[in-house]
Design a protein around this ligand. Structure first.
Ligand code: FAD
Ligand code: 2HG
Ligand code: ZN
Length: 477
């Protein structure tokens, strides 16, 4: 689009959403700067529609002008997926004003919600109606259901309830042509051709703009039990996971692992939080386990404590604390969920959101820890994540006292190559839950099989022939 057309487009956008909702001046960093502070872009405008019809009209106007659109929810992407580039040509289409819960169907166990609804608001709305909406992650106070679906977010309850994809029964989507596909059916069975819902989920704003979704609800658990266990090694954590599956069955709702250095960052930057065993240098890893189900508290507690006792006898657990009430349980979860923030406080870092078969994780970590220490002496490994799903956040922090920016400039590419090649060797994925965004496009080209990449490109070209939705993210055409 040439500069002469810009005022015409901006006027058209103002007519569609109202002048107050086309932001072009002032501090737009909330929309232009990514959460990790890796990229600061420049938007032509931040456009904030209030309805699906307005989203469709915005897309039509942008398509006619050839102006690229970056959909954005809560802007918590870990992969720089939802901020504009620095060209000043892209508009940010923020879904934040589309945040209504449209309705709960109690008998169908579903809730239909607009894309900009903040995850925590959806959790609370479900709870007030007597249901559980289980998707849960540390960004839940600001991420949106549209962003969760666009990235197929995982989080801390996947071991029991699955990823965002598994919780979704239908979508309403605005296509790159500005058409509205209304698919919020709430059907649990619908084999009528290609699954467009699953195509949209995880497409990171490159194939359509999600404007609403119908999500599954579950009964509220009768009791939730949480333990924080010290384990002598990662292999012991894996053995404990196997025992927990055997003994707790479907009641196992969370299984997180946290390395000592990751926890020490929480201790350092959030001294007000209680982090069990962090002072004990003999504890290399801790595990956070959660049991929740419809059983009465007494019954569930005796089974949960029997698991911990058996693990203790087996030598899998060296020490443990069990939360006595919900408030203690929240404190333990809060310590775990503070790791990303504590890591950000420590400085810029390199994130590797990887998945590997659970059985192979201890060998992967032993080998890759040694490799990194050999190749980049002094690097600090921040290792934690959703062990129950085989998903580690195998992150790297600059050596103590070093300059983060120059460390990243000098070493990031090489460290990524070392880690991702090791992940490939162990048959894993270089992006388990955070997606590709703008940050990992090269990695996708390197690690995704050529035939799969070609199908992805063919789909993108067919659905978005003008390449206006989040161009350059996920795929290079
Ligand atoms: P945004 O960041 O705004 O956007 C993310 C992507 O989705 C972008 O590509 C954007 O273009 C696209 N998008 C957003 N909304 C729409 C829409 N309506 N239609 C189409 N495309 C859209 N992720 C996990 O999986 N598990 C975790 O445990 C986890 N923990 C996190 C903890 C912290 C502290 C932070 C900051 C992030 C975490 N994330 C996690 C990463 C992130 O993926 C999630 O926070 C969330 O899914 C992103 O939602 P959002 O609304 O902020 O999306
Ligand atoms: C988490 O599990 C998030 O806390 C963030 O996925 C991971 O900061 C990270 O690397
Ligand atoms: Zn995670």
């Amino acid at each position: 689009m040439n500069d002469d057309e810009t005022p015409g487009l901006l006027d058209a956008l103002r007519r569609i959403v109202g002048a107050n909702h086309v932001l072009t001046e002032g501090d737009l960093s909330a929309w232009e700067q990514d959460w990790r502070r890796r990229v600061r872009g420049k938007a032509l405008a931040v456009v904030r529609p209030a309805s699906t019809a307005e989203v469709a009209a915005v897309v039509k106007a942008c398509a006619a002008a050839g102006t690229p659109i970056v959909p954005q929810g809560g802007n918590t992407s870990m992969a720089v997926g939802g901020v504009p580039d620095d060209s000043g040509r892209e508009i940010v289409l923020s879904l934040q004003r589309m945040n209504a819960v449209r309705g709960i169907d109690q008998a169908n166990l579903t809730v239909t919600v607009e894309a900009g609804c903040v995850l925590q608001v959806l959790q609370q709305t479900a709870e007030q109606a007597g249901f559980l909406f289980p998707l849960s992650l540390a960004a839940e106070g600001s991420c949106t259901i549209g962003g969760n679906l666009a990235t197929n977010a995982g989080g801390t309850q996947v071991v029991r309830y699955g990823n965002a994809r598994d919780l979704c029964l239908g979508l309403e989507v605005v296509t790159p042509h500005g058409e509205i596909w209304e698919g919020t059916t709430g059907l649990r069975k619908d084999n009528t051709g290609y699954d467009l819902r699953d195509l949209m989920i995880g497409s990171e704003g490159t194939l359509g703009i999600i404007t609403a979704a119908t999500m599954k609800l579950y009964p509220l658990p009768a009791a939730t039990l949480t333990a924080w266990a010290a384990v002598p090694s990662l292999q012991h954590a894996v053995t404990l996971l196997g025992m927990a599956h055997q003994r707790l069955g479907a009641a196992l709702t969370g299984f997180e692992v946290m390395g000592r250095f990751a926890l020490s960052l929480v201790g350092r930057h959030m001294p007000q939080l209680r982090v069990p065993f962090v002072e004990n240098e003999d504890v290399p890893y801790c595990v956070l386990l959660e049991n929740s189900d419809s059983e009465s508290e007494d019954h569930a507690r005796s089974r949960f404590e029997a698991l911990l006792e058996a693990a203790f006898d087996d030598g899998c657990v060296s020490d443990a604390v069990v939360a006595e009430n919900l408030s203690q349980s929240h404190q333990l979860w809060h310590a775990r969920e503070s790791i990303p923030l504590a890591q950000a406080e420590e400085g810029l870092n390199i994130k590797h959101d990887i998945s590997i078969a659970v059985s192979r994780i201890p060998a992967f970590v032993a080998e890759t820890d040694a490799l990194l220490q050999r190749e980049v002496p002094g690097v600090r490994l921040v290792n934690f994540g959703h062990l129950g799903d085989g998903n580690l956040h195998y992150n790297v922090q600059a050596p103590e006292g070093g300059d983060d920016r120059s460390f990243l400039a000098d070493h990031e590419q090489r460290i990524n190559t070392l880690v991702y090649d090791a992940v490939e060797k162990f048959g894993g994925s270089f992006s388990a839950e955070h997606g590709i965004g703008a940050l990992k496009v090269d990695e996708l080209e390197k690690h995704k099989p050529a035939a799969a990449l070609e199908m992805m490109r063919a789909i993108k070209r067919a659905i978005d022939p003008k390449n206006i939705l989040n161009p350059g993210r996920v795929l290079r055409l």
